[in-house]
Ligand binder design. Structure first.
Ligand code: ATP
Ligand code: MG
Length: 402
């Protein structure tokens, strides 16, 4: 039994009218980039579906394993090849159905026969294959309308193609179809999950991390690198901008009273992010903030933080419960990285009694004694940029298309 290709059904993009062809092109590029390490893979994107083909079985298996992470795909089916011979087809049909969950399921065979020279008629083929399957799997019952399992058989001149398995895709929209956003990525649980939600809605990510050596160490940085690597596995590469934040943070602590340093630090982060956003052509800042989690995440506090920018600040987790965030983190594989015990720059400078309702005028008043502009520009200029996924053979040069 040989898997010759994978048929991919598009997700939501089928309904997107005029944008359709650009969405399909985007998905094709993302699939190509995801499998750029597999040299035998060929991709053909048609209006209604995409075909991924290869004559290398191992590489096709890799595609089956990794495709469920690519956004913009509703479902996909491995297509199995059989010889142009009724006996061989029956055996292949058996093997295909044998792999599926069958208890209490309904079943039918459907046949297409574009190769008219094949010496058996459609009805005969349906009957032969159908009764062979039912003899071997008596738990199945036949149902012609909307069966649970439909074994599709297509007879072409070069071979017979069969498929029955439907594997769920990741849903959502192809990454990049929704432009690009700048995710503030800490080492915590929330921000990678926030990034995942935006990727799923088609937003390509640029990542920014504030790093405060020597107060935070390389293990903390490694954690952020591992999170960035994970976020680069949903169909699109990402750049991580690492901002040296120590000087700014120390200056804030010198200038403002302890109970509002948290708010002021956040405002500095926003100002730095805004500059990186401009340079990278992003259209929004994304954070992992969730209402009520900590002192900086009250509506008053969000107001004081937001006041430094006109850029839309998207907070996909604002109304999501912590337990649900944890569940998603586990599902996407960021949980184990996030819970490693290395502090990020905010945990270290957290005052004992941060104000939960900071007054904007008060924060502005204290910040006004110094000009932070130069320190902000310096932090932006001295940033380090790392691209993820980090190492990949045959890596395509991926131009910034947006
Ligand atoms: P997270 O779990 O994402 O760290 P949190 O619940 O710990 O979030 P905070 O520490 O208050 O909340 O951070 C709120 C948001 O600010 C984070 O979700 C993230 O988007 C951003 N942020 C905080 N610290 C950093 C940092 N060192 N670098 C980049 N972004 C940060
Ligand atoms: Mg945090």
């Amino acid at each position: 039994m040989k898997t010759s290709q994978i048929l991919v059904r598009y997700g939501e993009l089928s309904t997107k009218g005029k944008n359709r062809s650009s969405f399909i092109g985007r998905l094709r590029d993302n699939v190509r980039q995801t499998f750029s390490d597999l040299s035998s893979i060929r991709i053909k994107a048609e209006r209604d579906r995409m075909f991924i083909t290869s004559d290398n079985e191992e590489e096709i298996q890799q595609v089956i394993d990794r495709l469920p992470a690519v956004f913009g795909i509703q479902s996909f089916s491995p297509v199995i090849e059989a010889e142009l011979d009724l006996e061989a087809m029956k055996q292949t049909a058996f093997k295909v159905v044998d792999k599926l969950e069958r208890e209490g399921k309904t079943f039918k065979v459907s046949v297409k026969r574009p190769y008219k020279e094949f010496p058996h008629e459609k009805m005969e083929i349906m009957h032969e294959i159908g009764s062979h399957v039912l003899r071997n799997f008596p738990e199945l019952t036949v149902q012609m309308q909307h069966p649970d399992i439909e074994l599709k058989v297509e007879i072409r001149e070069e071979a017979v193609y069969m498929m029955a398995e439907v594997i769920a895709g990741a849903g959502g929209l192809p990454v990049g179809a929704g432009g690009k956003g700048l995710l503030m990525l800490s080492g915590g649980l929330d921000s990678p999950v926030a990034g995942y939600h935006m990727l799923k809605r088609g937003v390509r990510l640029e990542l920014i991390h504030f790093f405060s050596p020597p107060f935070t160490n390389d293990r903390a940085k490694e954690k952020v690198f591992d999170l960035a690597e994970k976020l680069s596995q949903f169909g699109s590469s990402v750049n991580l901008h690492i901002i040296p934040f120590t000087k700014l943070q120390q200056e804030v602590h010198k200038q403002v009273p302890d109970n509002i340093t948290m708010t002021s630090t956040r405002r500095m982060m926003m100002r730095v992010a805004d500059k990186v956003l401009e340079e990278t052509n992003c259209k929004a800042i994304i954070t992992g903030e969730s209402l009520g989690q900590v002192a900086s995440q009250t509506l008053e506090s969000l107001n004081a933080i937001n006041a430094v920018t006109h850029t839309p600040v998207l907070r996909p987790l604002i109304a999501v419960d912590k337990l649900d965030i944890i569940e998603t983190a586990q599902k996407i594989g960021t949980y184990d990285i996030s819970i490693r015990p290395f502090e990020d720059c905010c945990t270290i400078f957290t005052p004992a009694n941060p104000k939960t309702k900071p007054k904007l005028e008060k924060v502005e008043y204290y910040e006004n004694f110094v000009s932070f502009d130069e320190l902000i520009q310096e932090a932006v200029d001295q940033r380090e940029i790392v691209k993820f996924p980090r190492v990949k053979e045959n890596e395509m040069v991926y131009e910034d298309l947006l």
